[in-house]
Design a protein around this ligand. Sequence first.
Ligand code: MOS
Length: 757
Amino acid sequence: MADDINMANPAPGTPAAILGSAVPRIDGPLKTSGVARYSADFNLPRMVYAVPVVATIGSGRITSLDATQAEGMRGVLKVYRHGNMPRLYKSNPASRTAQVGETRPPMDDETIYYNGQYVAVVVAETMDQARAAAGAVKVRYATTPLNISRDLSDGFTDKMEVKSKRGDVDQGFSAGTVTVDETYITPIETHNPIEMHAVVADWDGRNFTLYESTQGVANAKEAMADMLGVPQENMRVVMQFLGSGFGGKLFPWTHTPIAAAAARDLNRPVKLVVDRHMMFTNVGHRPRTVQRVRLAATSAGKLTSISHDYASDSSLLDEKGENCGEATPLLWSTPNLRVRASVVRRNLGTPTPMRGPGAVPGLYATESAMNELAIKLRMDPVQLRLLNEPELDESTGKPFSSRHLKECLTTGAEKFGWSRYNPEVGSMKKGDLTIGWGVAAASWIAGRSGTDTHVSMNDDGTVRVVCGTQDIGTGTYTIFAQVVHARTGVPMDRIKVVLGDTRLPSGPMSGGSMVTGSVLPSIDEAAREAMGQLLKIATSGNPAPFPGAKVDDLALTDGYVHLKSGAPASGVRFEKILQDANVRATGGKGSTQSSFESDAAKKFSFHSFGAHFVEVEYDPGIARLRVSRVVSVIDVGKVINARAARNQIEGAVVMGVGMALFEETQYDARTARPTNNNLADYIISSNPDTPEMDVVFLDYPDTNLSSFGARGVGEIGLAGVAPAITAAIYQATGVRKRELPVRIEDLLHPAPALHSI
Ligand code: MOS
């Protein structure tokens, strides 16, 4: 057996050195050549098309629904609505592994809870026929009063849920000589992956197969088995490629059981693609948050109190809160802290996680408050943070598994040139432009989910790794192959990675940036077992190429099994050993235990950290503001693929520019209909908005989490970007707006600067 390999600090020149290198995505050519099939690309024989009819009011009930004309139209097979919709159950509400976005089975009653709600679905032979007929369904409504109020003050009561508490915040607040007490607001944001939600549902008389755009095939399988009322073994979910999800595709939404139920009812495969307008109402959003942050510090800048109270919106159907206080209790040291949360109900669809749920809007508020505190203290914002670094996670008393936030701040400051920072508003110039600088810290939870994997070494010279997780566009296929290469030395082009199918050993949901940290150790375990079996065959098969040798005397290098004492080429290719033994493949299983119930979780607080330094350029003549430069220093343990990891942070920073300056879902006050429900009016940042970016990863493998030392990377990149940008805007313009996004018009009529320097 091969000597053990240090996966967290691989020796240079060895196969394991591929861990950390910038390997291009192995699925890249499939995507750029159009070979990769996304869910909506599946076309099955006899397939028909489903198009929903959506509610045009935001609150009320259906008084009549006339589908007569639609039913008579060419190609139409059926119009489903409340009353003739085949029975759907609720997904088991007590299960954590069968979650759905909206828990109400679609068309369960005639009440309208939100604008855009599906009230009917037309199924026809072609998409065009279905769409035309959907337009011919006549629905009448009785409206009831609508509540989509942006004022969430109804959430700020003494019934708020205490999420974390230590000391006494009121005493701590009075003890401070400098205080900040401000309210920060983040708007409703809509996930806009370029691939829209889609499902192709097939029923064979006994089994469902769903080609579903999902971040979690295993969860979708359980949830859809529940809703359709079939045993889990009769539900298969397939998702090979995802055009991103950002959290919106973690859990199935109501279109999926509709398509599946129709497929069973009609005995025809059904395709349903959620269009871009429906993407703004039916498949989740990041809820609006209103957050009051109270900080107090001594004149020397030591925090004496942190209080963070927040409310977020949810639908009338489900109570899903935005966990804004996720990072608050552990980010900075303070003896007195309280985090309280509440959820208010509105006539909107059910919200759902969006990249860095909770922590991202939460850190916008708390890190903005830290920047305001620094100004009041006349202290450098980097210094203020360095001064309040905790020794351990003060909310649990546990040490951090690995925390290098101070180094993120100092390294970032140096790379950015922060020593030239002049806090005076408008003081920094670049030609005719005013520039502004800002900084903020980032934090995101880390952990491992339970997973199973299987690795086989095959008689055609390939190694195959399979896991029922999925690659949502982040590089999962590639890093899994890297691990197999690191362990076996078999070249990357001979490694096949198979994901995204519930027939495979069960893997984790692609959520929380946790797949890498979860699955890698189990792949390694499986690969070792497959190799061990191979070496056993090499020594004890008949005929054995190394008769009498001990397994421990052998090594596998570059695909050759050889005596450790000899050169690789003196050995035998592994596939030859299998061929001669008439064995098709050896195969090993691996599994990872969830860290959340593990001994390690009892000992350590697992989080990733980072710091973003931002420069904006402001042209006061035309109120033109651009984010021009961002330096991000990220502490995620061991980086497995330098290219994919940098890509995650760069993408997140670009998304952060959108969060700070552009993104907001807006609603018509009368109908609760989103008015910017398309990519022309809902502005996301694009190439011209992209700053010059410098991404630095600190390389401190977190071996408390796994032997690979990788905590995973993704969401951490968005955390902290918006407060760094708004700090830079203030420094350039004197405009302190505490509600995102900060728009051009906010700069045109600047309020007087609240804090003079
Ligand atoms: Mo992420 S919001 O857990 O997909």
